[in-house]
Design a protein around this ligand. Structure first.
Ligand code: DAH
Length: 356
């Protein structure tokens, strides 16, 4: 007679797939013990079959069930063992050297902030989507004024603000003068670097470019303060003492008097090099803040005076670092960025020289 308990115990103790398979063949295979037993049913009398049949079938099911259960256990154990030993490295190899670099525009902005911080200027900001009043009106540029034609403005379609005033992409950083005077009490000393927009495109003009605005409001400020500040700034920026300035009378609606500022340069190896008085190039616009602008901001122009200036940052970068096509600044061409970009560790400091 077959020992059911012994078979089930041996199945439960089988410790690999091969011995389990051997036990299956031994019991349920064609010549297997249980299979043989099943075959005896055919030769039994109906009465005998009635009592023996269910027992034999139950035995077969018990053996099959034990085989299945043990197989599942062995499979699970095998999977766990594999999970413990196999590893998959999902991390990417690190590059040999850091790949990113600081864009020349960011570098120059950092240099400007460093130079002007040393002179006591804070950095101010304003929105790039401006309303007509901050961009033009408050700066003494009324709607019909010809000075508006000097700037090719991007007006925003249906861009009226909450008060119904038309909105523009700011054409210069000068509206930050207005926002600063309206928000803070004088005395004020700020620079405002940022993006500006004009509908213009060639080798030296892009529809988006960068300016830095300067504003000083205090008592008894005069043109001498402006000239000294610009001279100090440009000498520190170009890192040479022989930077020569020439102030030319000019016109801006928001300054009176107004001056355009040229710096002297010479040509070396076909490139302009700042210094000396051989040739002149214009680098910024400036002047004494117009009394009307001061009054537009709610200040008394008899008490407060000031000077302001505005300067193209991209232009400064080109002059200092030798690029000759402005459009490449904004092409996001990795070869250009690798060539002209700066290491993020080259933080401009006055002591070590602001330039990289
Ligand atoms: N906003 C002028 C421009 O974009 C530049 C400028 C000129 C700014 C004279 C000033 C200034 O603050 O005093 O062309």
């Amino acid at each position: 007679m077959i020992d059911r308990e012994e078979i089930l115990a041996r199945i439960g103790a089988a410790d690999d797939a091969a011995s389990l398979e051997a036990l299956r063949v031994e019991n349920l295979g064609k010549q297997g013990k249980v299979t043989q037993l099943l075959k005896t049913l055919g030769k039994m009398s109906p009465d005998e079959r009635k009592t023996e049949g269910p027992k034999i079938h139950a035995l077969r099911e018990a053996v099959q069930g034990a085989l299945d259960a043990r197989k599942a256990e062995l499979d699970r154990a095998e999977l766990e063992a594999r999970l413990k030993t196999e590893t998959l490295d999902l991390s990417l190899p690190t590059p040999a050297a850091p790949q990113g670099s600081i864009h020349p525009v960011s570098q120059v902005m950092d240099e400007l902030a460093e130079i002007f911080a040393d002179l006591g200027f804070a950095v101010a900001e304003g929105p790039e989507i401006e309303d007509d009043w901050h961009n033009f009106g408050a700066l003494n540029i009324p709607e019909a004024h010809p000075a508006r034609a000097m700037q090719d403005t991007f007006y925003i379609a249906q861009g009226d603000n909450e008060e119904g005033a038309p909105q523009v992409l700011r054409t210069h950083t000068s509206p930050v003068q207005i926002r600063t005077m309206m928000r803070d009490k004088p005395p004020l000393r700020i620079i405002a670097p940022g993006r500006v927009y004009r509908s213009d495109s060639d080798a030296t003009h892009t529809p988006m470019f960068h300016q830095v605005e300067g504003l000083v409001i205090d008592r008894n400020i005069h043109l001498g303060h402006l000239k000294w500040t610009l001279e100090t700034f440009l000498k520190a920026f170009f890192e040479r003492d022989d930077v020569e300035l020439r102030l030319r009378p000019s016109y801006f609606p928001f300054t009176e008097p107004s001056a355009e500022v040229d710096v002297g340069y010479s040509i070396e190896n076909g490139r302009p090099v700042i210094g000396g008085r051989e040739n002149w190039m214009e680098v910024l616009g400036s002047g004494m803040v117009h009394p009307k602008v001061i009054a537009n901001c709610g200040l008394d122009p008899d008490e407060w005076q000031g000077f302001a200036f505005g300067c193209g940052i991209d232009r400064l970068a080109m002059l200092k670092y030798g690029m000759d096509d402005l459009r490449a600044f904004f092409d996001a061409d990795l070869r250009w960025l690798r060539h002209y970009g700066f290491s993020f560790l080259d933080t401009p400091t006055l002591s070590a020289g602001v330039g990289a």
